[in-house]
Ligand binder design. Structure first.
Ligand SMILES: [Fe+2]
Ligand SMILES: [Fe+2]
Length: 387
């Protein structure tokens, strides 16, 4: 959401921009003069007189409007990510000074721990990472005289009523998800690539055929849970935790593609550095979650018929659970040998693609028309950016 500022503030920002570009222009002409005087030696060492490093000056030059649009879309995406991860952390993570809010749901945590005993820690750490992503990008935008992103007015969706969740307005809905698990087969294929137009079957087809909760919606979703050394976890509750497990990887593989896709259209080297430094943390998250989702027990949810199949039963590499490192596949052209890569990384329409994927996921069910308009506006601006 564009942060609404009073006309006087907008004017101030415009004046700031104008002043900054003047400063930049004079700095550049100084650099050009310096280079002309300094000659090849100065270029070779990257230094001007007075010890001013040429390349550092170049790196700190102003951002293009495209750079700002890309950063603003990423900030919005990170705010949305933070909102959903916060909901997971309140019920299934660790609530502390780093990630405050909520008090945990013992039943949900026990079901998540069937996937891995460390799930609460990982959920906590992923949540904290997302918080730092948008906070950093917004602070960077402000430092360059650009508007940060603030979506607070869209925090209107209900919280889970389950014990342990805060009762506050949310940006995202984790209770009606249709999770696309085609990332599973996409990263295991050795012959196909989404950038070539290839499509991939979902590992858990049932998750695309309805709307399912990834957090307990209320205490009724925890019915039948008995704590203890060998807790009793009803199948419905385990299905909710399984859905979360696959959803974690869905979200993070999206970020894994989004950053390299947008990086190709960044102009400023420092902005490029930001994208190249944040993007791989999404990949680190994805890798972890993919491994954990592979431990989700096969079951059928008796309340809605959602099936989690045994992914190793077919013997196919396309669903094998421990193939969590990207299989090599085709890239750029079939004339090249297969290579292990992130996929997709096609840059055209990457921001709109990400917005659509999050929308199709059901995350924004209940959001206002204005919310979708703002998201689309941010995505379109980012996709219009070019070098
Ligand atoms: Fe992130
Ligand atoms: Fe992420």
């Amino acid at each position: 959401m564009e942060q609404k500022s009073k006309p006087s503030q907008e004017e101030a920002v415009l004046v700031q921009h104008a002043q900054r570009s003047k400063i930049t222009t004079s700095r550049r002409s100084f650099l050009r003069r310096g280079l002309a005087v300094g000659g090849a030696g100065a270029i070779g060492t990257g230094l001007l007189a007075h010890g001013v490093p040429v390349f550092a000056e170049e790196r700190s030059r102003d951002l293009t409007s495209g750079d700002i649009a890309i950063l603003r879309f990423l900030s919005a995406a990170e705010i949305l990510e933070t909102d959903l991860w916060q909901q997971y952390n309140e019920l299934g993570g660790i609530q502390d000074s780093e990630v405050p809010g909520g008090s945990g749901s013992p039943g949900y945590i026990a079901a998540l721990q069937v996937l891995d005993g460390d799930m609460p820690q990982y959920i906590h750490d992923n949540t904290e990472d997302e918080f730092t992503h948008f906070t950093f990008i917004n602070a960077y935008l402000v430092s360059k005289g650009a508007d940060p992103v603030n979506l607070d007015k869209f925090r209107t969706l209900p919280s889970s009523k389950a014990t342990g969740a805060q009762q506050i307005g949310r940006l995202t809905n984790l209770m009606q998800l249709s999770v696309d698990t085609s990332y599973w087969t996409k990263y295991r294929s050795r012959t196909q690539n989404p950038d070539f137009g290839d499509t991939f079957p979902p590992a858990i087809p049932g998750l695309l055929k309805g709307q399912f909760p990834a957090i307990p919606r209320n205490d009724g979703d925890l019915k039948g849970f008995k704590p203890g050394a060998n807790p009793t976890i009803p199948k419905h509750l385990q299905a909710i935790a399984n859905t979360a497990g696959f959803h974690f990887a869905f979200i993070e593989q999206g970020g894994t593609s989004l950053y390299p896709s947008l990086a190709q259209r960044v102009s400023n080297p420092e902005v490029l550095r930001i994208l190249l430094s944040i993007g791989p943390t999404e990949t680190a998250h994805f890798q972890t979650w993919q491994d954990k989702a592979g431990n989700a027990p096969a079951l059928t949810d008796p309340t809605n018929g959602l099936v989690f199949p045994d992914l190793n039963a077919s013997g196919s590499e396309d669903t094998q659970t421990n193939l969590i490192m990207p299989e090599p596949t085709i890239f750029l052209s079939r004339k090249f040998p297969p290579v292990s890569i992130i996929r997709p990384t096609q840059t055209e329409g990457a921001a709109m693609g990400a917005a659509k994927a999050l929308t199709d996921d059901g995350l924004f069910i209940g959001q206002s028309k204005e919310f979708f308009a703002v998201l689309q506006q941010l995505a379109e601006a980012a996709d219009a950016a070019h070098r």
